[in-house]
Design a protein around this ligand. Structure first.
Ligand code: ATP
Ligand code: LTN
Length: 333
């Protein structure tokens, strides 16, 4: 809460091409808060360097992620859209919160365990303290709600623990945030291995549908999606592939699972996959068109970055200064 207004905050890493998992689990839900909340949506480039990035790619993806925020309906006049490294208070509060976070609690984070296996040659301290920087992102803005996919819920929970611990020592410093996970789209699975999360850093691009894939590619990927030896479109245990396609179809069409089962009764998997592909391509077409328009105007994107960073800094400075005062750091005017 900032000046009696509720706050929504979320972030996406510019670490790869964004997927329909990112879209349905996170981005699409951000605009829900634009009218009634003060909203901050950040491109978290400092988080992205916890794994090695090619500088030119990181730079391009930072612009692309900002353009995608806007293409997903986030109007910069109503939402503060900015890049994390442009607001130095994130890193500063991150350091302070490191001193209020326990080694043991960070060791339990599943994303750290997964990424340590995936990047065994580079298990750096940043990968380990990643959730502390994320807590700083959230707490700097006195955030009430954090819209995320279900994989990030654990990180919002550790953020709540850190904030509660800090508040016990220094009362009324931070608002305690709530994670908000959408009912459908909370976890979109890989099309090739439907027990695994669809992830933008997956090496098998056929397992992942990107927001910017063209219609033919989308249709082809859904056609090849792994299903099962049954042929009935039905949501059931053990039918991970079909369950995932049904969730995706439900997200794009707003239909319930019962309606989907009825619609495809007696039609088989071929017709169903075709319909999922069409629904996905139809929904993404306007986003892609807007994205191309925004990407063609780099000067406008840079102006938005600057404006966003100025807005965000104003809030971030206030919280950081409050924290520093409570800790006993000296200050002068
Ligand atoms: P990476 O593969 O680099 O770890 P990622 O695809 O998991 O990246 P993030 O930038 O970490 O993407 O996530 C941005 C937002 O998208 C987060 O809120 C996350 O919960 C959500 N998200 C990511 N993948 C999915 C998914 N498959 N289903 C639903 N939400 C997702
Ligand atoms: N950790 C998140 C990205 C992220 C974030 C945040 C999300 C960084 N800071 C603050 C919500 C709020 C991820 O990997 N998806």
């Amino acid at each position: 809460m900032f000046n009696d207004q509720k706050v929504s905050f979320s972030g996406v890493q510019p670490s790869g091409n964004l997927t329909i998992g990112n879209y349905l689990g996170a981005l699409r839900n951000f605009s829900t808060y634009s009218e009634k909340y003060k909203t901050f949506y950040c491109v978290v480039d400092e988080h992205a360097i916890t794994v090695r990035q090619v500088p030119a790619d990181l730079r391009r993806r930072t612009y692309e992620t900002l353009a995608l925020y806007m293409a997903c309906g986030l109007d910069p006049a109503k939402n503060t859209l900015y890049v994390q490294s442009h607001v130095h208070e994130h890193a500063e509060l991150g350091w302070i919160l490191n001193c209020f976070t326990m080694f043991g609690e960070l060791s339990r984070m599943t994303q750290f365990k997964d990424k340590s296996v995936k990047h065994a040659d580079n298990i750096n301290a940043g990968l380990f303290t990643y959730p502390v920087l994320m807590a700083a992102d959230i707490l700097l803005y006195q955030t009430d709600v954090v819209p995320v996919g279900v994989d990030q819920k654990q990180h919002v929970e550790i953020c709540r623990d850190i904030a509660t611990r800090f508040n016990q020592l220094y009362p009324d410093t931070f608002t305690i945030p709530e994670p908000v996970v959408a009912k459908t789209g909370m976890k979109i699975m890989s099309l090739a291995e439907p027990t695994k999360k669809m992830s933008k850093s997956d090496e098998n691009s056929n397992a992942v549908v990107y927001i910017l894939d063209d219609r033919d590619t989308i249709m082809r990927k859904f056609k090849r999606a792994v299903t099962d030896s049954d042929s009935v479109v039905r949501y059931a245990e053990g039918k991970d592939g079909i369950n995932n396609l049904m969730s995706i179809y439900a997200c794009f069409t707003g239909k319930t699972f019962e309606e989907i089962e009825r619609e495809f009764s007696g039609l088989g998997y071929g017709a169903f996959k075709e319909a999922v592909g069409q629904a996905c391509a139809d929904a993404l077409a306007p986003v892609q068109e807007q994205f191309r328009t925004f990407m063609a105007d780099k000067a406008m994107l840079e102006e938005q970055m600057k404006k966003g960073a100025e807005e965000a800094s104003w809030y971030a400075r206030r919280t950081l200064s409050k924290v520093q005062k409570r800790l006993g750091f000296t200050q002068f005017r």
